[in-house]
Design a protein around this ligand. Structure first.
Ligand code: FES
Length: 80
């Protein structure tokens, strides 16, 4: 289902990013969801919240494995 009509972003796409460990603000920056008219913000936040509530440990493990989470990988790169 399309959540953000302005940017044609589906709930599945938002959920995929949330399961990869991204928070709402990261998803908003990455996909542009809720950055134009703003009508989709509540629905988009709901999708993210449902994903975070259902699989919080899996999201953290994905980040540690070198996924898309920027906050976890930026500090580990140039220490060697
Ligand atoms: S519907 Fe998402 S910004 Fe307009």
């Amino acid at each position: 289902m399309i959540v953000c009509v302005c940017h044609r972003i589906s709930d599945r796409e938002i959920a995929r990013h949330a399961r990869a460990g991204m928070g709402f603000e990261d998803i908003q920056f990455e996909l542009g969801v809720a950055t134009q008219c703003g009508q989709c913000e509540c629905a988009a936040r709901e999708v993210v919240a449902q994903c975070c509530a259902s699989r919080p440990v899996a999201a953290i493990q994905h980040n540690c494995a070198g996924g898309e989470g920027r906050a976890w990988t930026s500090q580990q790169s140039s220490q060697a």
